[in-house]
Design a protein around this ligand. Structure first.
Ligand code: 5AD
Ligand code: SF4
Length: 484
C-alpha cells in the first residue's frame, strides 16, 4: 500500500482550525474534486454505505451519507454498482469480521473493472491494530481507512484521498472530543436515532466495545435537545436515544444530570410523540428512571435489559456487577410500576467456565422474566479481552446444544407474549410499505411489535389506531380502527 500522511497536506494551513467549520471546508474541496471525476466519467458518481452491527453504527452511517450527499455523490443501493463503497464495520463477534473480509474480496474483483471506484473502511473493526495490518497486507486496493474516534473527519480524509491519489489511513487510539452540527441524512423521514453518549466504561470481560469505542463521554444535554428540536421541526415524531449504557448518562459532565432528568427534558419537546432508548445496563437502572417512564406519555413501554447470563457465578466472571436475584428483583420493580411493559434482552451462551448448572440458571431467568424477545449469542473470543485468556473455554458442540435449547424456549415464550395483545386496538406508527405485499403497510407498536395492515405509502410517518386481528408468532395482521 502506498500510504499518504494525513498530517501533511499543503491545504492544512488554509483550512479552518475549528470544528465543524473545518469539515465544511473539506466538503467543498471534495466537491470540486468529485466534479472533475464526474466529468471524466461522463456521469454522476454514486456511493453505497454498508452498515454492520448495532444502531450506533446505523446512526454513524447516516452521518457518512449526509457528508457524501453534500459532496455530490448520488446514492446507489447496490454496492456492486457504486463508485464509492464504504463499510462501517462491527467487531463485537468474530463472525462480523469474517463477513467483512469475505465481501471485501468480492469488492476487490469489481474494483479492477471500474477505474472510478474507491473503497473505504471505518468503524469498530478498524480500531484493532491486527485488522489494519491485515488490510495493508492482503487488501491493498482499499483507499481509505479510519476508526470510530475520528469519523467526524470523514470529509477531510476523503478530500485528502482524492487529492493525493494514495491510500489514507488515520486511526486514533482514543478521544475526548465530540463534534456537533455536522450534516447527516436520515434513513427514515419520521424517526431518528440520537446519540446521547459515546464509548463505554464497563469492561464486561467478554466485550471489545470499551477498547474500540473508548471511554464514556456524554453529550451536552442542550446539544441533544437542540438536535431533537430540529429533527421534530423537520418531521420526526420518534427518537431513539443511543448509548452503550444510557443509564449512566451525564455522570461525567461538568454539570452532572441523570438520564431520568434528560428524559424529562426531552418529553417537553412539542411535536415529539415517541421516545425510545437503548441500551440499559441493569446495574445502573435507577428507580427514578422507572418512575419517569411510568409517568410518561411519550416514552415507549419497552426496555432492552441485557441479562447476558442467569448464573451469578458467571455474571461475576463477566464483570456485570449484578446477581441473578438482583436482576429478577429489578424486573419485579419495573413490572410493578408498568405491568404492560415489553422486556427484551441479550444472552450469551458458552462463556468460559459455563457449566450445565450455570446454563440452567439462564434458562430459569428466561422463564421467570418471560421476555418479549431475546437476542441470543454464542460466546465469541475477542483478543485483548480478559475472557479470551480464561480457562475452561466450553467445547463448541456443547455450546451449540445449549444455544439451540435456549433459542427454542425463547421463541416459545416470545410467541406467547406476542399473542396476549390479540383482539386489542393499539396506537401504531406506520413505517413502511410491506416488503412482500405492497397493499399492506408495516407499522410499529409502542412495545416494538410489528403489525401489517391494509394501506398505502401516503400513510407513512402517521399514527393510527389499529385492531390487532391475528397474531402470527412474532407479528400481527390488523386493520385500521381509526386515524389517531
Ligand atoms: N461474544 C458473544 N456475544 C457478545 N456480545 C458482546 N460481546 C460478545 C462476545 N464476545 C453481545 C452481548 C451484548 C451484545 C450487543 O452483543 O450480549 O449485549
Ligand atoms: Fe460491552 Fe458491557 Fe459496555 Fe455493553 S456494557 S458495551 S456489553 S462492556
Amino acid at each position: 500500500m502506498n500510504e499518504y500522511s494525513v498530517h501533511n497536506t499543503e491545504q492544512e494551513a488554509a483550512a479552518p482550525v475549528c470544528e465543524p467549520e473545518r469539515q465544511y471546508y473539506y466538503i467543498e474541496k471534495a466537491k470540486a474534486y468529485l466534479e472533475k471525476m464526474s466529468e471524466a466519467a461522463g456521469r454522476p458518481l454514486t456511493f453505497c454505505v454498508t452498515t454492520f452491527g448495532c444502531q450506533m453504527n446505523a446512526r454513524d452511517s447516516e452521518k457518512l451519507t449526509g457528508i457524501l450527499e453534500r459532496i455530490g455523490y448520488v446514492e446507489e443501493p447496490d454496492e456492486e454498482k457504486a463508485d464509492f463503497v464504504i463499510y462501517n464495520t462491527c467487531t463485537v463477534r468474530e463472525n462480523a469480521n469474517q463477513r467483512v473480509y469475505g465481501r471485501l474480496g468480492q469488492l476487490g474483483r469489481i474494483k479492477k473493472k471500474n477505474p472510478h471506484m474507491m473503497i473505504a473502511l471505518c468503524g469498530c473493526m478498524m480500531q484493532e491494530p491486527e485488522v489494519v495490518e491485515k488490510l495493508k497486507k492482503s487488501y491493498p486496493f482499499v483507499d481509505l481507512i479510519f476508526g470510530t474516534h475520528n469519523i467526524f473527519k470523514f470529509a477531510e480524509l476523503l478530500a485528502t484521498r482524492m487529492e493525493s491519489g494514495r491510500t489514507v489511513i488515520d486511526i486514533w487510539k482514543d478521544t475526548d472530543k465530540i463534534v456537533e452540527d455536522l450534516p447527516s441524512e436520515r434513513k427514515y423521514p419520521f424517526k431518528s436515532g440520537v446519540n446521547i453518549m459515546f464509548g463505554c466504561n464497563n469492561f464486561c470481560s467478554y466485550c471489545i466495545v470499551p477498547y474500540v469505542r473508548g471511554r464514556e463521554r456524554s453529550r451536552d444535554p442542550k446539544a441533544i435537545i437542540r438536535e431533537i428540536e430540529r429533527l421534530v421541526a423537520d418531521g420526526v415524531v420518534e427518537v431513539m436515544l443511543l448509548g452503550q449504557n444510557v443509564n449512566s448518562y451525564g455522570k461525567t459532565l461538568e454539570h452532572p444530570i441523570s438520564f431520568a432528568e434528560l428524559l424529562q427534558e426531552i418529553e417537553k419537546i412539542d411535536g415529539l410523540e415517541r421516545i425510545r432508548f437503548m441500551t440499559s445496563h441493569p446495574k445502573d437502572l435507577s428507580d427514578d428512571l422507572i418512575r419517569v417512564m411510568a409517568d410518561s406519555k411519550k416514552i415507549c413501554r419497552h426496555l432492552h435489559l441485557p441479562v447476558q447470563s442467569g448464573s451469578t457465578r458467571i455474571l461475576e466472571k463477566m464483570n456485570r456487577r449484578y446477581t441473578k436475584e438482583g436482576y429478577l428483583a429489578l424486573v419485579d420493580r419495573i413490572r410493578t410500576a408498568m405491568p404492560d411493559i415489553s422486556l427484551t434482552t441479550d444472552i450469551i451462551v458458552g462463556f468460559p467456565g459455563e457449566t450445565e448448572e450455570d446454563f440452567l440458571e439462564t434458562m430459569d431467568v428466561v422463564k421467570k422474566v418471560g421476555y418479549d424477545s431475546a437476542f441470543t449469542f454464542i460466546y465469541s473470543k475477542r483478543t485483548g479481552t480478559p475472557a479470551a485468556v480464561m480457562e475452561d473455554q466450553v467445547p463448541e458442540a456443547v455450546v451449540k446444544d445449549r444455544f439451540n435449547c435456549l433459542l427454542q424456549v425463547v421463541q416459545e415464550i416470545s410467541a406467547q407474549r406476542c399473542a396476549i395483545h390479540e383482539g386489542t386496538v393499539q396506537t401504531v406508527l406506520a413505517e413502511s410499505v410491506n416488503d412482500h405485499d405492497s397493499s399492506l403497510i408495516t407499522g410499529r407498536l409502542g412495545n416494538n411489535l410489528l403489525v401489517h395492515f391494509p394501506g398505502d405509502a401516503s400513510m407513512i410517518g402517521k399514527f393510527y389506531h389499529v385492531h390487532l386481528r391475528e397474531c402470527r408468532g412474532f407479528y400481527y395482521l390488523g386493520e385500521i380502527a381509526s386515524e389517531d
